[in-house]
Design a binder for this molecule. Structure first.
Ligand code: ATP
Length: 244
């Protein structure tokens, strides 16, 4: 496996003095899909948001985030995006009153760079034929699965070398879940590094190389998906998530 393109060290994120994430180390290499799972409130969204430099509230973020050999933890979100560190946020359409076509056209198009593949709009339609069928529909008319495809499509047009995803399976029909996750797996085969936050542990295990279990912001288990998939703590997180 090649050297990691994303290295997170000593990441601590707190809201009003309450520690939401406390992670000693997390790496993702090109072509690798790393899954972060855990029950509600475990800190999964806080983690990917901190990596992308975005936040809902006003968290205090400390630690080192190294992306493609550069420290980016002091960079604003848009600079991380321009460099190829791109977050697909949870279940939202960028522009609800714009068509699928316009949503894609409005995506920031990165300049071609080594190790980064910038997708064209037509390539996104090839990847997700469903979006091509819906190209004249407004963002707000799309189903959950179609919104997710649009979010991933926009992100790919920004030429990511690391893609961060927050719960891409949420609100999706089971068939759509496997379709979206299989697409991510296929993208990783092209060399993209993927950090995938998921509550749907069973679905995540099918596509990730490595799985990390978070509990109250801390990593309590990490290993190859095949090995840790049967760990009772994973099953507990899964049951916790479904109960929630
Ligand atoms: P979920 O699947 O429910 O989104 P999660 O694992 O993504 O859960 P986070 O949303 O990251 O968990 O939340 C981690 C902790 O941080 C929780 O205790 C939560 O209450 C707290 N938290 C998250 N966002 C904020 C915020 N904007 N302000 C204050 N506390 C927050």
């Amino acid at each position: 496996m090649s050297a990691p393109v994303l290295v997170i060290k000593g990441l601590q994120v707190s809201y009003a003095g309450n520690r939401a994430v406390d992670l000693a180390e997390l790496t993702v290499a090109p072509g690798e899909v790393v899954g972060v799972v855990g029950a509600n409130g475990a800190g999964k969204s806080t983690l990917v948001n901190a990596v992308s430099g975005w936040s809902r509230g006003a968290p205090r973020v400390a630690g080192q985030i190294t992306f493609a050999g550069q420290r980016v933890d002091a960079w604003p979100t848009h600079e991380r995006v321009r460099a190829g560190l791109v977050l697909v946020p949870e279940g939202r359409v960028a522009f609800g009153r714009m068509t699928v076509e316009d949503n894609l056209s409005a995506a920031f198009a990165a300049a071609p760079a080594p190790g980064r593949r910038v997708y064209s709009r037509d390539e996104i339609y090839e990847l997700f034929p469903r979006l091509a069928e819906r190209r004249e529909h407004l963002g707000q008319q799309l189903s959950g699965g179609e919104r997710q495809m649009l979010g991933i499509g926009r992100a790919l047009m920004m030429g990511p070398s690391v893609l961060l995803l927050d719960e891409p399976s949420i609100g999706l029909a089971p068939k759509m879940v496997s379709q979206v996750l299989e697409t991510l797996r296929a993208l990783a085969r092209t060399g993209l590094a993927i950090l995938l936050v998921e509550q749907n542990v069973r679905a995540a295990i099918e596509v990730v190389d490595r799985l990390l279990l978070l509990e109250r912001g801390r990593k309590i288990l990490e290993g190859p998906a095949r090995e840790v998939g049967d760990d009772p703590r994973i099953a507990e997180a899964y049951l916790g998530a479904t109960a929630a």
